[in-house]
Design a protein around this ligand. Structure first.
Ligand SMILES: CC(C)(COP(=O)(O)OP(=O)(O)OC[C@H]1O[C@@H](n2cnc3c(N)ncnc32)[C@H](O)[C@@H]1OP(=O)(O)O)[C@@H](O)C(=O)NCCC(=O)NCCS
Length: 154
């Protein structure tokens, strides 16, 4: 297996991050974010690298004084099923905990991946309104959403 390292990205990494996620954005699995939008939230991201190449990333978005959200999770094809996705989630949970957040939410099609890390499914009605108006409304699948909401208490 390759030697994967984890980093906080620089704004110069945004183009490579957008290229990595382009296919999944096309499929509607991940929401499109502009380079400037990513730059304003660059501190929320963690990237996985194989050498200099970005092979995955995740973002920890903060909704409130208690609630964070793991979002935009992606691992490059050919690097999947080696634990990189789980490592990215674990690192974002560590950041959430270090910031003093109490809970972390996710909306995903990857239920078992998150359950293995201690997330539990919750009714979608309990996700915060600002998530729906900021993100969901921009999604190709809105309002017929078959993603699952899960939450973990820290
Ligand atoms: C979802 C995604 C990020 C997962 O990334 P990943 O690096 O493959 O994730 P992991 O390797 O940590 O886990 C994947 C599976 O491999 C298993 N696994 C973890 N480490 C492993 C290892 N060393 N050997 C074999 N299997 C392993 C995990 O238990 C998990 O099993 P599951 O599918 O039954 O839950 C990746 O498939 C992806 O980018 N998909 C497209 C975009 C997407 O759907 N994003 C999710 C938005 S929330």
């Amino acid at each position: 297996m390759s030697n994967i390292t984890y980093h906080k990205p620089l704004v110069y990494d945004i183009e490579a991050m957008q290229n990595l996620v382009a296919e999944e954005v096309e499929k509607g699995l991940i929401l499109y974010r502009t380079a400037n939008e990513m730059a304003t939230t660059i501190r929320s991201y963690i990237v996985a690298k194989d050498g200099d190449m970005i092979v995955g990333f995740v973002a920890l978005h903060i909704h409130s004084v208690t609630l964070g959200e793991v979002r935009s999770l992606i691992v490059k094809e050919g690097y999947r099923n080696q634990g990189i996705g789980q490592n990215l989630i674990k690192r974002s949970l560590h950041e959430a905990s270090a910031l003093g957040l109490k809970e972390v939410l996710t909306l995903t099609y990857q239920k078992s991946l998150f359950e293995k890390l201690g997330f539990n499914e919750i009714p979608k009605e309990s996700i915060p309104e600002q998530k729906i108006w900021a993100d969901c409304i921009r999604c190709k699948h809105f309002p017929i959403c078959d993603e699952i909401s899960l939450i973990i208490k820290l």
